[in-house]
Design a protein around this ligand. Structure first.
Ligand code: SF4
Length: 447
């Protein structure tokens, strides 16, 4: 059996972060390691670094294709599955089995119930995929759905213990390493040390993953893997790496003991940063360069509504802690659907006042897998999953027309970008191309 593990492109327009933030397909690399361990030949096709799926499909001649991706990749996953399942595309005499897994399939498996898809995997357990490939009876494989002549059967969802996951096979990373980056950190290798998140913020689906079960790797194993990666930048993609103080202290100790020198990027909550400034100082000392923090809002009433268990004062203390220790906080904000022009302006003023240099602004996007999605169903202005990228307005704003909302959103982005340019924050990028693209979007979406 030859298996093609595929991660489709995230967008076919330039309305994304391609070339600015590009992760290696870590999930597929772990799956590849698992399959190779079982004696199954597997290759990776990463749509971020190679745009031609059909050529790879024809050259590689797979017996099975496995796709993973997020909501915004749904259309591409379906397009490639349909292509792969069409006998005209087959390069061998037998049928090509189509399997869809990954985060979006785990959260919304029903969206992939199509004639041309054979299996949907709703678990992080890579054995589900190897069992399918090895021809095990689907009734005996936990965490999957399968297509039985147009009738879909479901075999539940099962949590997975991340300590069972093999280290990623980095063949793909070393081949395309230079393409993978987080802003100016290039190349950057990805590592995951935990699945899911122990918190329960109302707007977020990450805590739902792995059947709501937070599971973390032994930190010594994590450090062993980091030590083995030939790359000076490491992106820890846990939804929240700053969870367990003892585990973190052990991590710091091991990195120091082994004299490992890397620049690190991780996600971390503001309340942890504010509570443990001495740990943040130590993290800075071992090379933590960016901490990506969901600040979300600049008003307590909005924060309270999200069940973030945080407040503006804590956000400010966290930001100050990072600034004092020379760590770049990437402050992530949400523009709510009830935002007015005033709210967009206030957000800019807040960011400028506290001298936050790195900022990411997401438009509030109701997640398809959350209970509150029903509340937004009547307000949706698009059904296209490609727009679930946090850069599009997908539900009708409350106080502004869609065009005016986009107008203020893009004005905010342009102001932030020009400010960043003055401060030299993004000097590694082609400023002109970005400003042109912002202006284009301003006229395309609103104005
Ligand atoms: S927003 Fe962050 S802390 Fe909250 S549930 Fe999601 S991943 Fe966890």
């Amino acid at each position: 059996m030859r298996v093609l593990l595929a991660n489709p492109e995230t967008s076919r327009s330039f309305y994304d972060f391609a070339g600015i933030i590009d992760d290696e397909p870590y999930e597929l690399e772990c799956l590849q390691a698992h399959l190779k361990g079982k004696g199954i030949e597997a290759e990776i096709w990463d749509g971020q670094s190679d745009k031609d799926f059909r050529r790879t499909f024809t050259d590689y001649k797979p017996d099975c294709v496995y796709f993973c991706g997020r909501t915004r990749q749904e259309n591409f996953i379906k397009e490639y599955c349909e292509y792969s399942s069409n006998p005209v595309s087959w390069t061998k005499s037998g049928k090509v089995v189509t399997v869809v897994g990954g985060i979006h399939a785990q959260n919304c498996p029903e969206r992939f119930r199509e004639d041309y898809i054979d299996y949907i995997v709703s678990t992080f357990d890579p054995s589900a995929v190897s069992d399918i490939i090895e021809g095990k009876a689907p009734e005996e494989i936990a965490g999957i759905s399968w297509n039985d002549g147009g009738i879909w059967h479901v075999n539940g969802k099962v949590p997975y213990d991340i300590t069972e996951m093999p280290w990623a096979d980095r063949t793909n990373f070393y081949r395309y390493g230079a393409k993978y980056c987080y802003l100016e950190l290039r190349p950057i290798a990805v590592i995951r040390t935990a699945f899911s998140c122990p918190y329960s913020c109302a707007f977020c689906y990450r805590n739902r993953l792995n059947c709501h079960r937070y599971t973390a790797r032994d930190i010594e194993d994590v450090v062993n893997e980091i030590e083995s990666i030939d790359c000076e930048n490491i992106y820890i993609i846990d939804d929240d790496f700053l969870v367990n103080i003892l585990r973190l202290e052990r991590f710091i100790g091991l990195i120091k003991e082994r004299n490992i020198h890397r620049k690190f990027v991780c996600f971390g909550r503001a309340d942890f940063i504010a509570k443990y400034p001495h740990v943040i100082k130590k993290l800075a000392g071992i090379g933590f360069y960016y901490i990506l923090t969901g600040l979300e809002y600049i008003e307590n009433r909005r924060l309270n509504d999200t069940n973030k268990r945080n407040n503006v004062n804590t956000n400010v203390r966290a930001l100050r802690t990072c600034q004092e220790n020379g760590i770049n906080m990437m402050g992530m904000f949400i523009t709510d659907l009830d935002f007015t022009a005033h709210d967009f302006g206030n957000l800019y003023k807040w960011i400028r006042h506290f001298d936050l240099k790195h900022v990411a602004i997401s438009i509030y996007t109701p997640e398809m897998c959350l209970e509150n999605f029903e509340e937004y169903k009547d307000r949706l202005i698009t059904q296209d999953p490609a727009e679930w990228d946090y850069l599009h307005v997908v539900a009708k704003p409350e106080k502004l027309s869609v065009r005016r909302y986009y107008f203020h959103y893009h004005i905010l982005l342009i102001r932030l970008f020009l400010r960043a340019k003055r401060q030299g924050v993004y000097d590694f990028m082609d400023y002109k191309a970005f400003i042109k693209s912002f202006l284009k979007n301003l006229f395309r979406f609103g104005g």
